[in-house]
Design a binder for this molecule. Structure first.
Ligand SMILES: NC(=O)c1ccc[n+]([C@@H]2O[C@H](COP(=O)([O-])OP(=O)(O)OC[C@H]3O[C@@H](n4cnc5c(N)ncnc54)[C@H](OP(=O)(O)O)[C@@H]3O)[C@@H](O)[C@H]2O)c1
Length: 301
């Protein structure tokens, strides 16, 4: 393990030949407001991406429907030609309407087209990991058919690993009967443990668990700050509440990979430093007790 990767929470093996730093980067915040349209400051978005790679991050989460297309184009502009160890991970199964709404696009033919679109826009010949993003049932489309399309694309060498996003435990278990699922990306953070059962299932199955909204999208209106647990731990450790939230996730399970999102170099650096923040057993116990597994802090109030 390199010193850069040990500072990034260590490394995780996503597949036999695919290793990533446990602290990665989620690129969604690089698009314009509401993840729609161009960024307010294009140069700053490019700087964030380049700084992430300089810091040793080699796992970047993206997709064509951020912008749409804006974020994938920014990644290619900022980072291509890519370093050998950079893992760009994308998601398919959705599109944006003209108002910025998020809609399902899960027909197997549409999934095939989205893989080709991501390859072209990211200037790649193969995608290391592609998540099927579930946005609710679509008439006449089964998970088996969707996975069949992804398996076929994998056989063609267009993608190497299959993941699932926003799925139930039952869907994860069903998918595993069809193929190896390398990673699951669901909402999970210190104040929202609704995917706790699925986290345990992924760990047992040897799949990565990649929480989206690892910071609760900034904990804008969460009660965690009011409760003061995060603040108290942060004060004891000389860290920020954001760093404590991320460090807790790293401690929560060895298969958790972080993809905090930011449009700011300063926040990127702060979040990355969480990879080497040590929490004591007491810190972790206090944070664990904030919310029960399966629940959210908001629902508990
Ligand atoms: N699979 C899915 O359905 C799905 C859904 C949502 C997100 N995602 C992925 O998950 C990644 C993470 O989610 P996210 O970006 O929405 O939410 P997040 O990581 O939970 O939080 C991002 C928000 O927190 C703020 N922030 C970040 N670092 C901060 C810091 N150190 N101090 C204060 N504020 C900070 C950001 O604002 P600034 O820009 O000002 O830093 C932004 O508003 C995304 O980038 C995307 O790749 C996936």
């Amino acid at each position: 393990m390199t010193s850069a990767s040990s500072a990034l929470g260590g490394e995780y093996q996503l597949a036999v030949d695919l290793t990533v730093s446990r602290v990665g980067f989620g690129a969604m915040q690089l698009a314009g407001p509401g993840v729609f349209g161009p960024p307010r400051d294009r140069e700053r978005s490019i700087q964030v991406l380049r700084r992430a790679v300089e810091l040793g991050i080699n796992h970047i989460d993206t997709c064509d429907y951020y912008g749409p297309w804006v974020v994938n184009e920014l990644i290619a502009e900022a980072l291509h030609p890519y370093g050998d160890d950079l893992v760009l991970v994308t998601k398919i199964g959705a599109y944006r309407d003209h108002q910025g709404g998020w809609l399902p696009l899960g027909h197997p033919d549409a999934l095939r087209a989205q893989v080709h679109d991501n390859l072209r826009r990211l200037r790649l010949e193969t995608l290391d990991l592609v998540y099927l993003r579930y946005l609710g049932d679509q008439p006449g489309i089964t998970l088996a058919d969707q996975l069949g399309a992804l398996i076929e694309l994998r056989e063609q060498g267009l993608l190497r690993n299959i993941g699932l996003s926003n799925v139930s435990t039952e869907q994860f278990e069903e998918a595993q009967r069809h193929t190896r699922i390398a990673a699951v990306q669901n909402l999970y953070n210190v104040v929202n443990r609704t995917s706790a059962e699925l986290l345990g299932k992924t760990a047992a199955a040897g799949a990565a668990f990649v929480p989206f909204f690892p910071l609760g999208s900034g904990f804008a209106d969460s009660r965690a700050r009011e409760d003061g647990v995060l603040r108290a731990v942060a004060e004891r450790r000389g860290a920020t509440q954001t760093q404590v939230s991320l460090a807790w996730l790293l401690r929560r399970s060895p298969n958790i990979l972080l993809i905090p999102g930011t449009s700011s170099v300063a926040h990127l650096q702060e979040n990355t430093a969480a990879g080497s923040l040590e929490l004591t057993a007491d810190d972790v116990a206090e944070l664990d007790a904030l919310v029960a597994d399966g629940e959210t802090l908001e629902a508990a109030h």
